[in-house]
Ligand binder design. Structure first.
Ligand code: NDP
Length: 292
């Protein structure tokens, strides 16, 4: 048996096409495009790629995407004043601060300063609280993308056993809340979980959001389960040449492929959906702000 491969790239294109239609309708109604402002502090190479893509994709769906590059030595007070400015700018509907931030800046303080109505990353405690209370909120983009992939897989969530490996505020916890809202029976596993393999083997829906290369082996997977792999890990790849690296996920893909019912590929699984959901969140935020 070989699992159904969940094409995140194609699904993300479909989500972006829907967002584009929504943006066109928003422009016709309000005479302006939804605005997404991205703040990047420093020159971390991965963050530079992510933020450039966010700005580019925002423009592709006709949003007003702006990327502000601030120097590495930016102080916390300076960043907070940028956020204050964007909070008060009526043409800005979504604010995203790219993480990680340099060590002189307290990330929590910065994320807490974003107006929750413009918090398109869904990391503000107000939005996290609304999500865990089962109320409408801006929800984090990667977990939303995972839910879309589960829908694509045709996975039945009601009554299903779902195991989320990883309990971060940006992926594991919000994803567990979204699964719970769909009436799955949810277990959150983490670094202190005993016999992780046995816990995972109970899962009809298995989500890996750990950040450890191929730690979820094929024999962790229940036959027929739907497997969503969020992890991105860079490992040495001497076979590609001296000093070369390659990206691998948290699940040993080739092994899991023969056991799972459906699985996300590497690359082209969860990754493309994260940005598509960010654009969707920006449209949701813009629509909510203009209908108040
Ligand atoms: P964090 O480092 O914040 O969290 C990792 C989680 O994994 C923690 O809860 C940790 O447990 C748990 N963990 C660590 N080791 C083990 C272990 N041996 N067994 C079980 N659980 C373990 O990571 P993120 O949630 O931010 O990201 C997870 C992965 O997803 C990363 O690879 C990241 O790059 C990727 N990612 C991908 C995105 C995408 O768009 N595709 C977006 C965001 C993240 P504990 O809490 O006990 O320490």
């Amino acid at each position: 048996m070989s699992a159904k491969i969940l094409d995140g790239k194609k699904l993300a294109e479909e989500v972006r096409a829907e967002v584009k239609k929504g943006v066109d309708a928003f422009v016709a109604r309000h005479g302006r495009a939804p605005g997404l402002s991205v703040l990047l502090v420093g020159e971390d190479p991965a963050s530079q790629v992510y933020t450039r893509n966010k700005e580019k994709m925002a423009k592709e769906v006709s949003m007003n995407g702006a990327l502000y590059r601030l120097p590495l030595e930016t102080t916390e007070a300076e960043l907070l004043s940028w956020i204050d400015k964007l909070n008060r700018d009526d043409a800005v509907d979504g604010i995203l601060v790219q993480l990680p931030l340099p060590k002189q800046i307290d990330s929590e303080k910065v994320l807490d300063a974003i107006d929750p109505k413009k918090d398109v990353d869904g990391f503000h405690p107000v939005n996290a609280g609304l999500l865990s209370s089962g109320r409408a909120s801006l929800t984090p983009c990667t977990p939303r993308g995972c839910m879309k992939l589960l829908e694509l897989a045709g996975a039945k969530l009601e009554g299903a056993r779902a195991v989320v490996v990883g309990r971060s505020n940006i992926v594991g916890k919000p994803l567990a809340q979204l699964l719970l809202a769909k009436n799955a029976t949810v277990t959150i596993a983490h670094s202190r979980t005993k016999d992780l393999a046995a816990v995972c083997r109970e899962a009809d829906i298995l989500i890996a959001a750990v950040g450890k290369a191929e730690m979820i082996r094929g024999d962790f997977v229940k036959p027929g389960a739907t497997v969503i792999d969020v992890g991105i890990n860079r490992i040495d790849a001497p076979e590609l040449g001296a000093g070369k690296t390659r990206l691998v996920c948290d699940v040993a893909y080739a092994e899991a492929l023969t056991v799972a019912g459906a699985i996300t590929p590497v690359p082209g699984g969860v990754g493309p959906l994260t940005i598509a959901c960010l654009l969707e969140n920006t449209l949701i935020a813009a629509t909510a702000r203009t209908s108040q």
